[in-house]
Ligand binder design. Structure first.
Ligand SMILES: Cc1cc2nc3c(=O)[nH]c(=O)nc-3n(C[C@H](O)[C@H](O)[C@H](O)COP(=O)(O)OP(=O)(O)OC[C@H]3O[C@@H](n4cnc5c(N)ncnc54)[C@H](O)[C@@H]3O)c2cc1C
Ligand code: FES
Length: 241
């Protein structure tokens, strides 16, 4: 982990509530599935956000403005300097991908899968990406995944785009799955016969393992989502907690 001073150099509105942000000046190497913790001016607690992409010191994040912190963050002007803790958590384990990995993302669970898909495509693997949203106006990154050469499938709950229903209905047979999204989606994916792993969310204090605030009971005992996670293999997760 490092504290880095990054400059916000670009913003792109993906949907009315979702903003892609580009920050420059990263020196830390980060793996798909890791996250950063951003200090938002005026707020005591940092906000954890997944690495959506990282190349040549340029970090891409995709942020949904839900509460006051993320609203302030996404409204910051280009040129703003931000204190960012980089290289947090354990990422996805690419060595388990097998021959035909499947990526499943729901809503703002989609961003970390982009960096993962890029790494798996660079490794020469065929990648199927299943994206789930409530409705067409919330959809983002379909074309970005296609541009990586992924087989992209889309589901919307109201049927306004792609298959009507949940992303879980799109999952093909594969060698291994990687997921990020809402808990009901992850729980449902954990019942697949296919082995896999998923990124969990928790309210975080420090974000680097010191406060125990994000601890959750897993099959092997208490685990900190920020430190041992946020990615866990499906058999490690206790869903009733
Ligand atoms: C590892 C990880 C990766 C994440 N990646 C992304 C991402 O790529 N894009 C994205 O839009 N969101 C992501 N989130 C969720 C994001 O951190 C929360 O939406 C955000 O912190 C909410 O802050 P707020 O000020 O909008 O909400 P408020 O409700 O005002 O926040 C109050 C407090 O609760 C915490 N909090 C509220 N909701 C969440 C939540 N769902 N998860 C964690 N803490 C929360 C905030 O950090 C803050 O400390 C991620 C969360 C985690 C844990
Ligand atoms: S947020 Fe402090 S230990 Fe995880």
């Amino acid at each position: 982990m490092k504290e880095e001073k990054l400059i916000l150099t670009g913003k792109r509105q993906l949907t009315p509530r979702v903003t892609e942000m580009t920050l420059e000046g990263v020196t830390e190497k980060m793996r798909p599935g890791q996250f950063v913790n951003l200090a938002v001016p005026g707020f005591a607690l940092r906000r954890p956000i997944s690495v959506c992409d990282l190349e040549a010191g340029r970090l891409r994040l995709v942020v949904r403005s839900g509460g006051r912190g993320t609203e302030t963050l996404t409204a910051l002007p280009a040129g703003q300097e931000l204190s960012v803790l980089t290289g947090l958590g354990n990422g996805y384990d690419l060595s388990r991908a097998g021959t035909c990995p499947v990526l499943a993302g729901g809503g703002v669970g989609v961003p970390p899968l982009y960096y993962l898909a890029r790494a798996l495509r660079q490794a020469g693997l065929p990648v199927t990406v299943c994206l789930g949203f409530n409705t067409e106006s919330e959809l983002f990154y379909e074309e970005e995944f296609r541009a990586l050469g992924c087989d992209v499938r889309v589901a919307t709950v109201d049927g306004s785009r792609g298959t009507k229903g949940f992303v879980t209905a799109l999952i093909p047979e594969g060698s291994y799955f990687y997921a990020c999204g809402p808990v009901p989606m992850l729980r449902s994916l954990s019942r697949l016969e296919m082995p896999g792993e998923m990124s969990l969310e928790a309210r975080m204090g420090c974000g680097f393992g010191a406060c125990m605030g994000c601890s959750q009971r897993m099959t092997g005992g208490m685990r900190r989502i920020c430190r041992e996670g946020p990615v866990f293999r499906k058999e490690e997760i206790l869903w009733d907690d």
